[in-house]
Each structure stands twice: as C-alpha cells, then as structure tokens.
Design a protein around this ligand. Structure first.
Ligand SMILES: C[S@@+](CC[C@H](N)C(=O)[O-])C[C@H]1O[C@@H](n2cnc3c(N)ncnc32)[C@H](O)[C@@H]1O
Length: 388
C-alpha cells in the first residue's frame, strides 16, 4: 500500500514500509529535539555553568567556551551522537524510496510541464561554489547539486520529503512558513508596497517561492539556485501546482539579471549555508538588482543568537552536521555588511519577525527569546534587510 501526500502532485510517495521507517526517524528526532535537548539546557544551567563560574569567577562568554564545557559532558556526547545518527538515518531511509520512484517522477515532471506557464533555464557550466561542494551539507549525500543521471531531480525530491521529517512539520504543510512570515510582515508594516518583480535566491524546490506568487499574482516571479536537480524538481512542482515561476540556475553572488530588475529580493535559510565572502557578494548583488525603493530581505533561523549557550546550540550543526558556516555567521555584523554593500544605514533593518506556523516553544524544541529566557511568544525568524 502506498501513502500519498496531498501536498502537491509532484510530492514523492512512500510505500507502507518506507512510510513506517520515515515515521520512526521522525519520532526519534522529535524525542531528541524535545525532552532530550532540554536536558542539555538543564545540565548547562544547573551543573556545567555553575562549575565553570566557581573556577573562573564568571560565566562562559562565548559559544566556544560553552562548547568546550558541553563537549566533555557524557549526556551531551550521547545526545550529539544520537542526533548525528538520526540525521544519517534520515537520508538512508528517504534516499532509497526516492531512487525507487525516480523514473516516475521524471515522467510526471514531463507531463506537468506547461501547466503553470513558468520556465526553467539550466546552466550545466555553472560552477557550484566551494562552500556547497566541500562537504555533503547537513549530511545530504551529494548535497543539493550532484547530477546522478539525465533529467535528474533526485536531490530536489529527496529534499521535499526529508524537510518534513527534519523540521518536524514546523514550517507548515507546504513548508512555506518563512515566506508567509515575511509576506505578513510586509503587508502589516509596508501596506503600500506592491512588488512588480520578485526574486527568490537559493530557492531549492520553491517552498518559499510560491507564496510570493500567491501574495502578488501579477508580479513577475523569478527564483534561482545553483543546484540543477533541485531546480528541475522545483519547476515540476510549481507547474504541477499551476503556479507560474521562472527558475534559472544561477549563483546569487553574481546573476545575469540586468541592474534594477526587481522590487523585492528575498532568501530563506540560505545565508547560513554560504560563506563570509559570499554573504558580502550576495548583499552587493541585491543592491545592484533592486530598483530604487525596493527591498532585500534575508531570513535565517539561527543567525544572531545573543546568549553564548544559544549560540552554542545554534552552531552545533557546524561541528556535527556539516554546516560549517553556522558558527561564523552568528558572529558577523550583518548590518555592517549591508552598509558596506552600499545600503544607507537608516534603511537597514535587522529584526526578528513572528512565525506564522511554527508551534509555540514549549511544545517541541526549547526556544528562548535570544537572552536565554523562556519565551511565551511565537518563534521568531531573524531577518536582515534593507531598502534601496
Ligand atoms: C536550505 S536551502 C534553502 C531553502 C529554500 N530557500 C526554502 O525556503 O525552502 C539552501 C539553498 O541555497 C542554495 N544556495 C546556496 N548558496 C547559493 C548561491 N550562492 N546561489 C544560489 N543558490 C545558493 C543551495 O543550493 C540550496 O538549495
């Protein structure tokens, strides 16, 4: 028996046994990121930090000091090891299921082509940046970009299925919470803003792209990524949903769009997977691409925690889950980077905007308000933005 999601027509299916394995990985992750993760916080606050304080007469000041402490604790070591194992299980479980149905997905993609009116422009000669090639990012075998066969869309289909398990469904049924949160922020705070051309950078399979088309149906909607297999899937997904998006394979650091092409340039969960130099290039490129009065808005989940323990938790994946830039990004002054890219200081926004879908903190992962206190509010997305 096959389970089929009603999410959208391209969504990969799962046989009974595949679904059961994926449910197990999800349940294990839920446990690891719920009660077990909270135990780390408890240990830090009640055992490790007091012990450190006694010796040094001050609390730990940096994520590195917290990491040194936590890295010696047997519970944290066990938790880390289990989270890493769970991540590997995620791909070991979803991968074969996608491989089994890959020919079907390719055939479906062909059938859906033309339904939405969008386009796909690939560039097989595009050089994938070293920061995406150097490691299998968050243990995803082959990363986003590896081409396995003709018409390959494996990496995209696998991403669509794994992201639900990995993020525990917190981004909503269409995995579009970040875009919806940005759109709501724009509608509430800039009601007069009606973009005519929108660019989504690092779109992967288009989870965040589609909501902009729904919010501003007359806008010319473009989305780029460096990863061909994700873009093939993104295009097929959008066409299957009858949404018009023009996808192209491009590096956000340097695109081929003319100057002043867009009123809105966005990215979602992209900055933390790049590099120090790439973030600077991306901000400069955004400024070039924006029309006067246009906005760039980049949302990321983990940037700019303030408490050293929160920073440690946010950078855990840099050390144990192949996301090497997660530590450094938190130490960067992104407002300064935006200034250096040419944006006027009074037009730069560094903010946290409330999530539309994410459950309140107590229900799944422990979240804090950035100063280490439990928060009653909705989880927040960190956004660095600027107006040209
Ligand atoms: C975590 S995923 C982003 C998810 C997606 N934005 C969403 O909201 O569902 C990161 C994506 O950024 C892409 N990416 C990273 N650096 C890029 C760059 N310089 N140019 C274009 N895409 C990039 C990766 O290929 C990957 O698909």
């Amino acid at each position: 028996m096959r389970s089929q999601s009603s999410q959208h027509p391209m969504f990969p299916d799962a046989t009974h046994d595949e679904q059961s394995r994926q449910d197990f990985v999800r349940a294990m992750r839920l446990h690891l990121m719920g009660d077990m993760r909270r135990t780390n916080t408890y240990l830090y606050k009640h055992k490790l930090r007091p012990a450190f304080q006694q010796v040094k007469a001050r609390p730990p000041r940096s994520r590195t000091e917290v990491r040194t402490l936590m890295g010696k604790d047997p519970f944290t070591k066990m938790w880390s090891s289990l989270v890493r194992t769970n991540q590997e299980m995620l791909y070991d479980t979803v991968g074969p299921s996608i491989e089994r149905q890959h020919p079907n997905l390719v055939a479906k993609a062909k059938r859906f082509c033309g339904r939405g009116g969008g386009t796909l422009r690939l560039n097989p000669d595009l050089e994938v940046p070293a920061y995406l090639r150097a490691v299998d990012i968050h243990c995803k075998p082959g990363g986003y970009h590896t081409e396995r066969c003709e018409n390959d869309l494996f990496a995209g289909a696998e991403y669509d299925r794994t992201v639900n398990v990995y993020l525990l469904g917190n981004l909503g049924p269409q995995n579009d919470d970040i875009a919806l949160s940005i759109i709501r922020w724009l509608r509430c705070n800039r009601p007069e803003f009606k973009p005519r051309a929108i660019l989504d950078m690092g779109c992967t399979v288009g989870h965040s792209t589609i909501p902009y088309g729904r919010a501003w149906p007359r806008a010319d909607l473009r989305a780029i990524d460096v990863a061909g297999p994700c873009l093939r899937y993104a295009h097929a997904r959008a066409e299957g949903m009858r949404r018009k998006v023009h996808f192209s394979q491009q590096n956000a650091e340097s695109t081929d769009f003319p100057d002043a092409s867009f009123d809105l340039v966005v990215s979602h969960l992209v900055l933390h997977e790049t590099s120090n130099r790439a973030v600077r290039n991306i901000f400069r490129e955004c400024r070039r691409l924006l029309r006067p009065g246009g906005y760039m808005l980049h949302a990321d989940g983990v940037a700019h925690q303030e408490d050293p323990f929160d920073k440690y938790m946010a950078e855990w994946s840099a050390h144990y889950n192949n996301e090497p830039f997660l530590g450094t990004l938190q130490d960067m002054n992104l407002s300064q980077v935006a200034r250096e890219a040419g944006f006027a200081p009074e037009r730069i926004y560094e903010m946290r905007i409330p999530s539309v879908h994410m459950p309140r903190p107590h229900s799944l992962m422990e979240k804090t308000n950035g100063r280490g206190r439990p928060s009653d509010d909705r989880p927040l997305w960190y956004v660095i933005g600027a107006r040209k």
